[in-house]
Design a binder for this molecule. Structure first.
Ligand code: UN1
Length: 497
């Protein structure tokens, strides 16, 4: 069996064909990767860092060609694809130096002639499962630190972006990562889950990393929990953007346009609900609607706000979310709803909409906290808009659905900034900036329905791919008993001046 990957902007174009793995193929790959890990862990970390440096330089050298594959296979606009590949380079640049750090500590002992130390050990073999919306950058957040830290990786990319996965994997191998240390398998969800279960049972998996929906993340979290493991979970979001009346409204409009509709709303950091203060609600909404109404949609290789949905499945999901629009909502942003076709056109569309899976941008205003659209992640070109009276209410509305990935506030008042930062439950907070576009060396991750507190990127992800080992070394040549052979220093507890 094979997967045939087509261009979502022109589904008559085949991007590539890759073999489909079943559960036993994946288990076999897990066995090979496990075997390869022991040798890799013996390679000094600075040398592993140099391999990561090679990979970074190769990705940089192939930036345009890899970005073109990203746009052709996934559909994001070429400028964003270049940014995504740059994020892989940034991740390699950060971790190549980590090969010369991977710091442990020296810690004083409570006893003489005894020394304490900590070491970071690789967890072993890791199984990474990623989504199609960031087919190169998000996988690199797992692959790069996991390999740098001395682990082996079996990677199951999205079945919608296997050609990007193949290309990225070949760059890792060309950079010096041994073939069995990073094995990429393309498989359907059911086979992947079967392999996860079998691999955990056989002791072939020491850590799971998963980026995708909350629904699947819950199942993976439960499965790994059975084996006393906690997966690194990066799940959905319903990211709020709060606009205070004192904000730079032009800036907020620009931010809301990019956050809501960039990547056709298919980032986990995309804007969910735009919360507007009641005093600016009508005027801001009118400007936002006309800005979105005028935006160009279409061929992702031309100058458009966004291109197609990743696949028909993502388009179908978007269509299902449109059914959640209720009579009390006010819809704007385009001349029509749903799929863009020649018979359901979008003015200014660039290209032939019938060739791909394109969707009209949709703004749903008048959102209330008991609406289905309030607590549903829509993952498409759909932004909900609601009204608030004061910052406390805005924070409550921003947290109330239980997601907590990214968030944003537009204001000029530092007091609003600090109150928002303190009150918001999200793992990431933007001030006068889009909800999307996190930099590759800050902790990335969410709380509640967005994740179990695990963080990717920067130094923080090292806690996912290493285990702390504590060592004590007693060189006194006698058995010194901790907490019992204590040292008492004479002092006068009654001393007064
Ligand atoms: C994702 O959608 O899974 O912060 C990741 C951003 C990007 C990464 C998004 N740097 O929008």
């Amino acid at each position: 069996m094979t997967f045939t990957s087509t261009n979502p902007a022109d589904f008559s174009e085949i991007v590539g064909t890759v073999p489909a793995a079943n559960a036993s193929d994946i288990v076999e790959a897990l066995r090979r990767a496990k075997k390869a890990q022991a040798e890799w862990a013996k390679v000094p970390a600075p040398a592993r860092g140099r391999v990561i440096a090679n990979v970074g330089r190769l990705v940089e050298k192939n930036k345009e060609s890899l970005s073109r594959i990203v746009t052709r296979e996934m559909g994001k606009v070429y400028r964003e694809a270049l940014g995504e590949v740059q994020e892989v380079v940034d991740t390699c640049d950060f971790f190549l130096g980590e090969g010369r750090r991977l710091y442990g500590q020296t810690v004083p002992s409570e006893m003489p002639k005894k020394n304490l130390f900590t070491f970071r050990n690789p967890v072993g073999s890791v199984f990474i499962i990623t989504a199609g919306n960031f087919p190169a950058a998000v996988p690199s957040w797992y692959l790069v630190p996991a390999l740098l830290a001395g682990n082996s990786v079996v990677w199951k990319p999205s079945e919608f972006t296997p050609v990007v996965a193949k290309a990225l994997t070949s760059l890792f191998h060309a950079g010096g990562i041994p073939k069995d240390l990073l094995i990429t398998v393309v498989a359907e969800g059911e086979e992947t889950f079967k392999a996860l279960d079998l691999g955990l049972k056989e002791g072939l998996i020491n850590k799971v990393g998963f980026t995708g929906s909350t629904e699947v993340g819950r199942k993976i979290g439960a499965k790994t929990g059975e084996y006393i493991q906690s997966a690194c979970l990066e799940l959905g979001g319903k990211n709020p953007m709060v606009v205070m009346p004192d904000a730079n409204l032009d800036l907020a409009l620009e931010g809301a346009l990019f956050a809501g509709f960039g990547t056709a709303g298919q980032r986990c950091t995309s804007l969910g609900t735009l919360w507007l203060h009641e005093s600016i609600y009508d005027a801001f909404l009118a400007r936002y609607s006309s800005l979105v109404g005028d935006a160009k949609v279409g061929d992702p290789f031309s100058d458009v706000l966004y291109g197609p949905m990743i696949s028909e499945r993502y388009l179908d999901n978007h269509l299902r979310h449109l059914e959640m629009i209720k009579p009390h909502h006010h819809v704007s942003g385009s001349s029509a709803l749903g799929r863009i076709t020649q018979s359901n056109p979008r003015s200014g569309f660039v290209g032939d909409p019938d060739k791909g899976f394109f969707a009209h941008p949709t703004i749903v205003a008048g959102i209330k906290s008991d609406d289905e659209l309030y607590y549903t992640e829509t993952f498409g070109p759909l932004v909900t808009v609601g009204k608030f009276k004061n910052l406390d209410e805005a924070i409550e509305l921003s947290n109330g659905h239980g997601y907590g990935l990214s968030s944003s506030i537009y204001t000029k008042d530092p007091e609003n900034v600090w109150r928002f930062r303190e009150g918001i439950s999200a793992g990431m907070v933007s001030i006068n900036n889009s909800t999307s576009g996190a930099e590759a060396h800050l902790p990335f991750g969410g709380n509640g329905k967005s994740g179990n507190g695990s963080r990717q990127s920067g130094i923080w992800v090292l806690d996912q791919f290493t285990r702390w080992q504590a060592m004590n070394w007693d060189w006194s040549n006698k058995l010194q008993k901790a907490q019992m052979d204590t040292i008492e220093i004479e002092h006068n507890p009654d001393f007064l001046l």
